[in-house]
Design a protein around this ligand. Structure first.
Ligand SMILES: Cc1ncc(COP(=O)(O)O)c(C=O)c1O
Length: 481
């Protein structure tokens, strides 16, 4: 893959045979040395749960289902004990000034960043393809976002990379901007030039926050794009649960080494927003993911995911009627995220054929294509099976039944903003029929998941381009003008 900006060397130093995950070790000790507990959680190591539930998840999971504060595992807020040790190890590994463990998903990482550093009325520049949690941050803070529209990849009906020159233009013309917030990579794996973007931000002395939720493997392999933490971002969010092997909801929030942000404010925001009962299971899964990914074994797992992706991309692109994003074009993607389309079929139809006829479940489908993740947990045999399925589908005549389905074509349109998200959110609202909403001001966040990118935010005029995408809505909340 073409490298962006600076040369990179990380994995070589990180690879190690010595796997040390202190929180995992402490949890193991806790599991094996039961005490008589009179504290939360009330199921007391699984003694009082429904048997069928215990059978599904395994009694060991319940034995270690506890929160911080107890059993000398340390605390999350304030960071102490083994939990702190695990966070410090992650910080060292990612080369951050500070790393926080989050058990409420990257949603809370993003909200804590917004709430921690952005003030009411602050002008901020936000990439429009940001996850709704970033955009919710603008409601929470009352800030004034100016939208940075990523390139539109019309053939794929998705957003592409961010144009650094457009960012520079915006910064040059508005010296009140307090922060820039971008998402990299996109959900479909398109990569922006973060080095250039960081340099531009810092030229204007504006901090850069990068939502790198889908790039948590990047720190660990030099065939993957360079993490924003190495390229000067002031804060970076990683959803370790998405591709890093941690359990669902586990995320890390990193403060860059030379960050312009005040991490005590972010810590404060986390105290306010984060659960006060973090699952130690999830915290340990973050510790385990860091230890695993930075080990020799983890490196090999990532190498395997890259090799499988390369194999699949090369073979799939040779099939008549199949196109793979990033192959035969200058669009730069994370190789492990494979967005493809088959001629004559919508992504939705392709997804359902894969599911019904081949028992294959992919990451997601849009109108145009499907997103396949080459994960550290996938095998070559699985990719061979997927390739055989795609080959068969592309060759055979699978009628496209998209006319029977709800087509959700994401409108990649520049929003027409008439109120700040917060103003509109708290304004008097009414519900109107979707068809009657054209020309009115949206009062709710409309962001279908996946990918959770907002199509409409409170304060934006609803247009006819939005309607086909809103097939799940019969009514829409609008500002009662
Ligand atoms: C770019 C991006 N950021 C943040 C999030 C939120 O992450 P989580 O689901 O861990 O709360 C998502 C979720 O899909 C995402 O795609």
């Amino acid at each position: 893959m073409e490298r962006l900006s600076v040369s990179f060397k990380n994995s070589i130093e990180l690879k190690t045979n010595n796997i040390y995950a202190p929180l995992v070790e402490r949890l193991n000790e806790y599991k094996n040395s039961p005490c008589t507990g009179f504290h939360i959680p009330g199921h007391n190591r699984g003694n009082a749960v429904l048997n069928s539930f215990k059978e599904v998840i395994g009694s060991d999971a319940l034995l270690v289902d506890t929160t911080d504060e107890f059993d000398n595992l340390g605390t999350l807020h304030p960071a102490s004990g083994t939990i702190k040790e695990a966070m410090d190890l992650a910080s060292k590994c990612y080369d951050s000034r500070r790393t926080f463990f989050i058990t409420s998903g990257s949603t809370i990482s993003n909200l804590a960043l917004a709430f921690g550093v952005i003030c009411p009325e602050d002008e901020i520049i936000v990439a429009r393809n940001s996850h709704r949690s970033v955009l919710t941050g603008t409601i929470l803070t009352g800030s004034k976002p100016s939208w940075l529209m990523p390139k539109k990849l019309n053939d794929w009906a998705i957003y592409g990379s961010i144009c650094p020159d457009e960012l520079e233009f915006k910064l040059k013309n508005n010296n009140k901007v307090k922060f820039v917030w971008v998402t990299n990579p996109t959900y479909e794996g398109v990569v922006s030039d973060i080095k250039k973007i960081a340099d531009i931000c810092h030229k204007y002395d504006v901090p850069l926050i990068v939502d790198e939720a889908h790039g948590s493997l990047w720190n660990f392999h030099d065939e993957l794009p360079v993490s924003a933490l190495k390229l000067g971002a002031d804060a970076v969010v990683h959803s370790l649960h998405k591709t890093g092997g941690a359990m669902t909801q586990s995320s890390m929030l990193h403060i860059g080494k030379n960050s312009r942000l005040d991490e005590t404010k972010i810590e404060h925001a986390l105290k306010l927003l984060h659960t006060t009962s973090p699952s130690v299971l999830l915290l340990a899964s973050l510790d385990a993911a860091r230890a695993n990914l930075s080990s020799k074994q983890g490196y090999e797992l990532i190498q395997n995911a890259i090799n499988n992706a390369r194999f699949f991309r090369t073979q799939a692109s040779k099939i008549d009627g199949v196109s793979v994003l990033g192959e035969n074009s200058d669009i730069i993607t994370d190789i492990t995220k494979i967005f493809l389309k088959v001629k004559g079929l919508t992504g939705k139809r392709l997804e359902s054929v894969l599911e019904l006829d081949f028992n294959i479940e992919i990451e997601s489908a849009s109108d145009e294509g499907i997103l396949i993740l080459s994960n550290i947990g996938n095998t070559r045999a699985e990719f061979e099976y997927l390739l055989a399925a795609i080959t068969k589908i592309a060759k055979e005549d699978y009628p496209d039944l998209s006319h029977l389905e709800d087509v959700k074509f994401m409108p990649l349109t520049e929003p027409n903003v008439v109120m700040t998200p917060r103003e509109a959110y708290f304004f008097k609202k009414i519900k109107v029929k979707k068809e009657d909403s054209i020309g009115k001001i949206a009062a709710e966040v409309i962001a279908l998941c996946p990918p959770g990118i907002s199509v409409l935010l409170p304060g934006e005029i609803i247009t006819k381009e939005h309607l086909p995408y809103l097939s799940e809505y019969s009514e829409i909340e609008v500002v009662d003008e």
